[in-house]
Design a protein. Structure first.
Length: 519
């Protein structure tokens, strides 16, 4: 031990060319030396061979992008040195080499920190019989490649995430009526009581299951033994532990958007914020229909203008977001996609259609079949044009950003108008086969669990992906089975959450608000 300590000091302090070794902990160097000695001996020990066997190695189909080498996560963690001084620890080296960005799984002693592994990879000390554990070996496939030319950074698997006590408690603990109906049932018209009751009902409809899904993600992700692709679930887990309060206040579409908790729930914040307009619009509707039309037109014009200006200012893509740069993608979601003022158009279309249908529910607006036929033709044509133009505009957006700005400003509202016609035509008795399909009892059941399915399905996908030990390669068959499996699990989980979380909460709300439960 004294000889090893003296040697380490000499190497660290007296020889300039190994000066970086001072940044590697002494215990890590000792254990790594034992591992490499046992591996490179004339008769390699089994644990050392298993550690080496678990390291990611160059595979096939590299020319088509199969660069990541994850190795075997479970095999690495199952190894122990004969002296019991250390066990295998799985780490991933994120390497940037000559434009290629990929990951290599390595197995090192658990006494080594991420900084230690990063330094060892840069010094290229992890070698077995002249073969480096981390060398990319891409010289055959990348012209003028040089090992680790761009550097590497190590990230070591944390296993299970620490369980959050508050979340664990939130898990054994943890409808909306329309404002028009409230207004109609109120003798005094629109009052502060009616407004607050409307907002309260909206919150009660959204938040119990929403907040439960946040607790579910943090609690469940704390109990799962993650594999070599733990970074994505850990990213979401960290975000929820830090930004859960933005979900509570329904501000997660404005605050901490880049580190959003349950990032897909930005829509709930949008939905609630847009619903704040409803009392104002209904109030104006009760006073003057002309003022309502002018106010609605002003809101639509404002939404169109803001959306177009944002598209022009940030040069936002239209359709092929996967081909956009990271900066464009971030700006797309932060400044445009998640903002209520960019989605005001469809909400207003639905709101004004609701007012119109409520006002004229006893009248037959469509007098002839010709009117209905013209409406269906315009609706279907609009749906087709909105989808087709996405591809056309995406191709020419690099040349003319004005065209992209106009498309971004209008396409969602036009789509909402077309869908609104379908609803209106079905109510007027001109729905035909579409009305029969949409009136099927199956949709009633699916709609009752759709909210829970919306909240839980990304969690299930992250669970599946995070537990994989090998890369998933695309084939039509694989994607079909994954899609089918995720759908079945989502429906089952959505049903469970609806029965055990959402429905009991709604029943409790009815009991607290209604006299029928007082006895």
């Amino acid at each position: 031990m004294m000889v090893a300590t003296l040697l380490f000091c000499l190497l660290s302090f007296q020889l300039p060319f190994v000066f970086p070794a001072r940044n590697i902990s002494f215990k890590c160097m000792q254990d790594t030396d034992e591992f490499l000695s046992d591996l490179n001996s004339a008769t390699p020990k089994e644990y050392a061979l298993r550690m080496y066997d678990s390291v990611g190695k160059l595979g096939s189909n590299i020319l088509n992008g199969n660069l990541d080498r994850l190795g075997s996560y479970s095999e690495c963690l199952s190894t122990h040195s004969p002296t019991r001084r250390f066990r295998g620890q799985y780490c991933k080296l994120h390497i940037l080499q000559d434009g290629a960005d990929y990951s290599v799984g390595v197995c090192v002693p658990d006494s080594c920190t991420e900084e230690d592994v990063t330094m060892m990879s840069q010094l290229d000390t992890l070698r077995f019989r002249n073969t480096s554990f981390s060398a990319p070996s891409l010289s055959l496939f990348v012209s003028n490649s040089s090992p680790l030319a761009g550097g590497s950074v190590a990230r070591c698997a944390a296993g299970m995430f620490p369980l959050d006590t508050f979340t664990a408690v939130c898990l054994g603990w943890l409808s909306a009526r329309s404002f028009l109906k409230m207004h109609q049932n109120s003798d005094k018209g629109i009052t502060l009581k009616v407004i607050f009751r409307y907002f309260f009902n909206r919150l009660i409809r959204l938040q119990p299951l929403h907040l439960y899904s946040v607790c579910l993600l943090v609690g469940l992700f704390s109990l799962v033994p993650w594999g070599p692709v733990w970074e994505v679930p850990k990213f979401h887990w960290d975000n929820c532990r830090q930004a859960w309060w933005t979900n509570l206040l329904l501000l997660n579409n404005f605050v901490l958007v880049r580190k959003a908790c349950n990032g897909w729930t930005w829509y709930l914040a949008d939905d609630f914020q847009l619903h704040l307009l409803t009392p104002v619009i209904i109030f104006i509707y009760g006073r003057s229909k002309r003022v309502l039309v002018l106010f609605g037109a002003m809101l639509l014009l404002l939404s169109f203008t803001v959306t177009a200006m944002l598209t022009l200012a940030y040069k936002l893509p239209v359709a092929s977001l996967s081909a956009a740069s990271e900066k464009e993608t971030v700006l797309y979601f932060m400044e445009y996609y998640t903002k209520p003022y960019c989605r005001c158009g469809p909400f207003l279309v639905g709101l004004f259609l609701s007012i119109f249908m409520h006002q004229n529910h006893q009248l037959n607006i469509l007098k002839t079949k010709v009117q209905a036929l013209m409406g269906w033709i315009c609706s279907l044509l609009t749906l087709f044009v909105v989808v087709a133009l996405a591809y056309v505009v995406d191709d020419i957006s690099a040349v003319s950003s004005v065209v992209a700005a106009v498309y971004q400003a209008l396409h969602r509202t036009l789509w909402a108008v077309a869908v609104g016609w379908v609803i209106f035509a079905c109510q007027e008795g001109y729905g035909g086969l579409v009305n029969q399909m949409l009136s099927c009892d199956l949709w009633s059941f699916l709609s009752s669990i759709s909210y829970a399915c919306y909240l839980v399905h990304p969690i299930l996908i992250m669970l599946y992906n995070g537990l994989q030990e090998t890369p998933t390669h695309y084939t039509d068959t694989n994607m079909f089975y994954l899609f089918s499996g995720h759908c079945v699990l989502t429906l089952a989980s959505g049903l469970a959450l609806t029965l055990f979380i959402e429905k009991p909460w709604q029943e409790l709300k009815r009991c607290l608000q209604g006299p029928e439960c007082s006895g």
